[in-house]
Design a protein around this ligand. Structure first.
Ligand code: PAP
Length: 334
């Protein structure tokens, strides 16, 4: 089990494109681009829409990240519940060192945001530095990424490292993304019109989209290599978290012992990582994460089916129709 926290990350110049290297700028200017919902731009690279400002981090990660056999990568489409699963994975892998029952309250999740404990590769580590020194991360190293399967660094496929993919219902994912986008809007600009975002989402134009191609890449990999890629659903986690945390531990080769199960270790992790607990931690209410985003933006409602409060039935059916068509024949229903 890992025994340390990752080194602290430098503050990011996250929303800017001006610090890009020349080769990256040249590549960017050759790629098709679209306006992102937040008025920044997206570029079509290797079949997916990446935020242009992140292209340098994507390239650096692809060129330099060397996966270790013991690495664990959490992968998701943005707004699929990444923050929740980061917390769970951190607590799970560090449970020998940090007890969730510690009366001294020394657990890192009590004072640090999950995104700082489990950094993203392309949008934190490799965005900050072309080739960051990852020596301070103890084995097994735990990282996150939103990269599509086909765009992962070569070493991820070549090594025995494990991938945990978190998938969420596209309607809730879309609404969560829309809310997040509104947080990024300049003050006084109001909310971005939802129908306009829906059009783009249904065309596949959203950060790391098309949503369906992202999901399909990992679903296929998980079917072909179940020992390497675990495909999880946010809704199933919400419904029976106990079962899925045990499944996660088994997959990662650190199953709960009978004694741990008797002592309530699973429940302790789930309680500490629950929306109610995490969202009320001071660090998650008032802190900023290393990219400059406010921690509280990552804790909105955390519920299944919240889309009905923002979209008409017709809008929901439109997403369903697109998914049905795109996922046809894959065996996956969302
Ligand atoms: P990211 O991919 O940009 O890191 P991510 O964490 O996936 O973001 O998205 C945040 C969503 O996870 C929010 O969903 P909502 O907008 O529908 O509410 C957020 O509330 C939800 N979330 C965060 N923490 C938890 C948690 N502990 N349990 C369940 N859902 C959570």
């Amino acid at each position: 089990m890992p025994t340390s926290q990752p080194p602290s990350l430098p503050h990011a110049k996250y929303l800017r494109e001006d610090s890009m290297s020349e080769p990256c700028r040249d590549l960017l200017s050759s790629l098709p681009s679209e306006e992102d919902w937040v008025a920044a731009s997206l570029c079509l690279y290797q079949g997916f829409w990446f935020p242009s400002r992140l292209l340098s981090g994507v390239l650096a990660c692809q060129n330099h990240f060397q996966a270790h056999a013991s690495d664990i990568l959490l992968v998701s489409n943005p707004k699929s519940g990444t923050t929740w699963l980061k917390a769970i994975l951190f607590a799970l892998l560090n449970r020998a060192k940090y007890s969730t029952f510690d009366s001294q309250r020394r657990h890192p999740l009590l004072t640090q945001n999950p995104h700082d404990l489990v950094p993203f590769l392309e949008l934190q580590l490799y965005h900050e530095q072309e080739n960051p020194d990852l020596a301070a991360f103890e084995s097994p190293r735990l990282f996150a990424t939103h990269l599509p399967y086909s765009s992962l660094p070569q070493s991820v496929g070549d090594s025995k490292c494990k991938l945990v993919y978190l998938c969420r219902n596209p309607k809730d994912t879309f609404i969560s993304l829309w809310h997040f986008t509104n947080k990024l809007r300049p003050e006084g600009k109001g909310q971005i019109p939802l129908p306009q975002c829906l059009d783009k989402y249904c065309q596949g134009v959203s950060e790391y989209g098309p949503y369906w191609d992202h999901v399909l890449g990992y679903h296929k990999a998980s079917s072909e290599m179940p020992e390497k890629v675990l495909f999880m659903m946010y809704e199933e986690m919400k419904e029976d978290p106990r079962v899925h945390v045990r499944r996660l531990a088994d997959f990662l080769g650190c199953p709960f012992s009978e004694e741990e199960l008797r002592d309530g270790a699973v429940e302790g992790i789930l309680r500490m990582c629950s929306f109610d607990i995490l969202s009320t931690m001071e660090v998650n209410k008032s802190g900023k994460w290393s990219t400059g985003y406010q921690n509280q933006w990552f804790f909105r409602r955390g519920e299944v089916g919240d889309w009905v409060n923002y979209m008409s039935a017709e809008m929901g059916e439109r997403i369903d129709g697109v998914m049905e068509e795109k996922l046809h024949g894959s065996g996956l229903k969302l």
